[in-house]
Design a protein around this ligand. Structure first.
Ligand SMILES: Nc1ncnc2c1ncn2[C@@H]1O[C@H](COP(=O)(O)OP(=O)(O)OP(=O)(O)O)[C@@H](O)[C@H]1O
Ligand SMILES: [Mg+2]
Length: 459
């Protein structure tokens, strides 16, 4: 009589070794993915549009002001009439901002574009633990900057799982071919000819950013190949000349890109003599630079991720609050600290000059432990934890089924309340992040959420 373990082993052997299993699974996935991607693409064709009232709220002007502008400005976008509503696309929203900026007292209230000497914030969403909402937070933050402030956002997907890429390039099925440049190329980590690495010029670096459906927002996509950055750096630590610092590949490339792509266009100068959008100026301005860069990390602390960290001005650590999660966080923090201390001992760099924050995520209200963990963190690390956090929400899964963010998702009537609640939550988190990165630019959305949250806690 054979024992149960041996029987299972026999079955596995009959099905073949791991290599053959993976090969068959890979073929199966290649067949299944096109159908899944097609479904997502069909859904996203019904792209979200925004009512006049919602546009006013997003821009931060009154409804009366916007309807008056719509009636008086010759180039005001027509939008689409749906029932009694007049709705606008993302592109039209950006155009409305440009028209308003031309006559606004403070044009940058309409389009929060950098001035020529303004620094470029590089905001990283990183944590060592998987599934803590890094990608979700990064995607919603980038979209919020576009929706609420008209910013041109540069996205960098540093995770071979390419979740962020799927959020922004789902119309292409999120599929990037093996030839599509990724962060590995951007950092110059592939050999070219004789050289161990390639210093791409600024124009080439810029061409690696792929346009997304969000006007002015482009993404440096990820693919499975992104994981090769780690191997390349390991090789280069031995092979590269001494003047190349193994922790500065991403930062050096980004510096090179930035120097050649300063913000030049005044947001008040996007219209022609007749008060219509100057198409040439508008199109050029949307791709001339970025007002913020958002990086989504892989759940790991590697030398390649360290490279991203060295290019970062502001670090956001999205973190769940369950049992062992804070132990993982402690490992991550000590790991980063060790790496940074080692670098600083040899190289007096300025690392991470902006403000940094821990963002509690997927918090369950019914679970006292989550709230208690946040409470004790706030007590023990005052000022280091964001007082606004992402609550667990079913609306996230509904939207994610279509590779969509909550800002894009068009809910069924039954889903409407849950979605509205999550959007309010995302707005609050993002407004709180904005307040830390661009003090004075916040809209009061975080404060309103906090007041409501604690009123409900007590009530
Ligand atoms: N507030 C939330 N409520 C419910 N589900 C959520 C919430 N935030 C994230 N999720 C879900 O949790 C999962 C992980 O989210 P996400 O991909 O953003 O995490 P991540 O940290 O980027 O993961 P990874 O470490 O794999 O990169 C996803 O299925 C997402 O839909
Ligand atoms: Mg992720």
């Amino acid at each position: 009589m054979r024992d149960a373990g041996a029987v299972r082993w026999d079955i596995a052997m009959a099905e073949g070794a791991l290599e053959s299993y993976l090969r068959r699974l890979d073929r199966g996935l290649d067949r299944a993915l096109p159908a899944i991607n097609r479904r997502a693409t069909m859904a996203s064709r019904v792209r979200r549009s925004f009512s006049m009232r919602r546009c006013a709220d997003l821009i931060g002007v009154s409804y009366a002001y916007l309807t008056k502008a719509a009636a008086q400005m010759p180039g005001f976008p027509e939008g689409t009439h749906v029932g009694r509503e007049r709705v606008f696309t993302l592109d039209e929203l950006m155009r409305i901002r440009a028209l308003l900026a031309a006559s606004a007292k403070r044009p940058r209230d309409m389009l929060a574009w950098r001035r020529p000497l303004d620094p470029l914030p590089v905001i990283s969403f990183a944590s060592q633990k998987g599934g803590t909402g890094k990608s979700l937070s990064a995607a919603h933050f980038a979209q919020y900057l576009s929706l609420r402030h008209g910013m041109r956002v540069g996205l960098i997907d540093a995770d071979p799982q390419h979740t962020l890429t799927l959020y922004f390039l789902r119309d292409e099925g999120g599929m990037v071919s093996a030839e599509t440049p990724t962060l590995v190329d951007f950092a110059g980590l592939y050999a070219h000819g004789e050289k161990a690495y390639t210093d791409h010029d600024a124009a080439t670096l810029d061409s690696f950013f792929v346009p997304t459906p969000w006007p002015g927002t482009r993404i440096l996509p990820a693919s499975g190949e992104t994981s090769e950055g780690e191997l390349q750096i390991a090789r280069l630590i031995r092979a590269a000349p001494k003047d190349r610092r193994f922790y500065r590949y991403v930062a050096d490339a980004l510096d090179r890109w930035r120097e050649a792509h300063s913000p030049a266009t005044d947001p008040a100068a996007l219209t022609d003599g007749a008060g219509r959008i100057d198409e040439g100026a508008f199109g050029a301005a949307l791709s001339e630079t970025f007002d913020a860069i958002v990086i989504d990390y892989q759940p790991a602390l590697t030398i390649f991720q360290l490279n991203n960290l060295l290019a970062t001005t502001h670090l956001v650590i999205p973190q769940t609050m369950k049992g062992f999660d804070l132990a993982t966080l402690s490992t991550f923090v000590k790991g980063m600290l060790g790496m940074i201390e080692e670098i600083l001992a040899r190289d007096p760099l300025e690392i991470g000059p902006g403000s940094h924050i821990l963002l509690p995520t997927i918090v369950q209200r019914a679970n006292d432990q989550d709230i208690a963990q946040i409470g004790s963190l706030m007590e023990q690390a005052p000022g280091l934890v964001l007082p606004v956090f992402y609550m667990r929400s079913d609306a996230v899964a509904n939207a994610a089924d279509l590779y969509q963010s909550a800002y894009e998702f068009d809910p069924t009537p039954g889903q409407r309340r849950g979605l509205a609640r999550f959007v309010e939550n995302a707005d609050a988190v993002n407004d709180a992040l904005v307040a830390r990165i661009w003090p004075g630019m916040e809209r009061g959305l975080a404060d309103a959420w906090i007041a409501k949250f604690y009123a409900e806690e007590e009530g």
